[in-house]
Design a protein around this ligand. Structure first.
Ligand SMILES: *[C@@H]1O[C@H](CO)[C@@H](O)[C@H](O)[C@H]1NC(C)=O
Ligand SMILES: *[C@@H]1O[C@H](CO)[C@@H](O)[C@H](O)[C@H]1NC(C)=O
Ligand SMILES: *[C@@H]1O[C@H](CO)[C@@H](O)[C@H](O)[C@H]1NC(C)=O
Ligand SMILES: *[C@@H]1O[C@H](CO)[C@@H](O)[C@H](O)[C@H]1NC(C)=O
Length: 317
């Protein structure tokens, strides 16, 4: 496991390009709220997150009900159980739902170094001809039942099971790194189970599946809900698995919002887009693993920090 000292970025000077004419314009303040929810998945279940105030959520009027907070834990390699999915009821002025935040991996830099880790595609029955990376799929299957059970306890149920006025079927999904990849699969799986998946922000995701998968995903989600896959500078992870591995073609899902090294964002409509992270090739990114956690959208400068410990300066990647 690699230990990286990460210098916290000062999150200054963020400006944006002219807004796109897209149905769901990218809203950076909403992305900041989701960045906070994503970092919260790096907190432990007993760390007092109930006392947390997500200021970035309040800024966009996204109200978190922390008394509903639930965690799904998972063992990862040699680690004891730790939080993998954080769930909470949220509401806005007009609607309510549950947010699911998937934590990244503490071993992702090992994967970057070990190309053999990648390239075990398995069929994904959600769509015809679809394959997804085996590791992401098996992680989702290992937590799916518990996630659905906890959603139910929070009053978030499939549309056909809504019995009371306080129940809802709306889900908002976020996650970082491995968590973004598992979150991508979870979106499909939960939508197929009868939930309404809306408003999803996935950060620094690797490629999840093959072209039939990304096409089906884009058809299902990309034009219907605000779904953003956010990337940053020379982070190598969005370049993995490599697009062409022994004849298998991995691709990304839409739509990418890329933050360049100056913190300026670019919205891209192609799954693999030279205006976004594909301006770099994989070899050009390999030395920049610190760009994986660093984000101009994170209040602490890093997506990999529990927001309760904003002052910590080293992290495990
Ligand atoms: C956090 O909240 C709990 C009750 O939910 C309380 O007992 C505890 O003192 C609080 N901790 C801090 C640091 O405020
Ligand atoms: C938060 O959730 C608790 C537990 O489900 C519920 O009793 C309470 O009314 C909720 N608070 C708000 C403001 O919705
Ligand atoms: C780890 O989590 C699993 C699944 O939630 C649980 O069955 C197991 O008892 C936990 N192990 C420890 C050591 O907490
Ligand atoms: C990249 O951005 C420029 C300017 O915004 C645009 O004209 C061009 O079509 C974009 N390229 C791709 C591949 O989308």
């Amino acid at each position: 496991m690699a230990l990286l000292a990460l210098l916290l970025l000062a999150a200054g000077g963020v400006s944006s390009e002219a807004t796109t004419s897209f149905d769901w314009p990218y809203e950076e303040d909403v992305a900041r709220a989701f960045a906070s929810l994503t970092s919260a998945s790096y907190c432990g279940a007993d760390e007092g997150l109930m006392n947390w105030t997500c200021r970035e959520c309040e800024d966009v009027d996204l109200r978190l009900n922390l008394s509903t907070l639930r965690f799904v834990e998972r063992r990862e390699l040699i680690q004891p159980n730790s939080t993998f999915v954080l769930l909470a009821r949220v509401s806005t002025r007009t609607t309510s739902g549950c947010v699911l935040s998937f934590r990244g991996s503490t071993t992702v830099t090992n994967w970057i170094e070990d190309f053999r880790f990648w390239n075990t595609p398995v069929p994904f029955s959600w769509c015809k001809g679809c394959y997804v990376e085996a590791g992401f799929s098996s992680i989702w299957h290992s937590v799916k039942d518990e996630v659905q059970l906890k959603l139910g306890q929070m009053g978030c149920v499939p549309v056909n099971q809504r019995a009371s006025v306080s129940s809802t079927s709306n889900l908002y999904i976020t996650g970082h790194s491995l968590g973004a990849a598992v979150g991508t699969i979870a979106m499909c799986s939960l939508e197929a189970s009868g939930y309404n998946v809306g408003l999803s922000y996935l950060f620094e995701s690797p490629r999840v599946g093959n072209t039939p998968f990304t096409e089906a995903f884009d058809h299902e989600f990309a034009r219907r809900i605000p779904m953003y896959r956010i990337t940053h500078s020379r982070d190598p992870v969005p370049h993995l698995p490599p697009r062409y591995l022994t004849g298998f073609r991995y691709a990304h899902v839409n739509y990418e919002v890329f933050y360049d090294e100056n913190g300026v964002w670019h919205f891209c409509t192609q799954e693999e887009d030279r205006n976004c992270s594909d301006r770099y090739s994989l070899p050009q990114t390999l030395r920049y693993t610190s760009d994986h956690c660093a984000s101009p959208l994170a209040a602490s400068g890093s997506l990999c920090h529990c927001p309760l410990h904003r002052h910590s300066s080293t992290i495990l990647v």
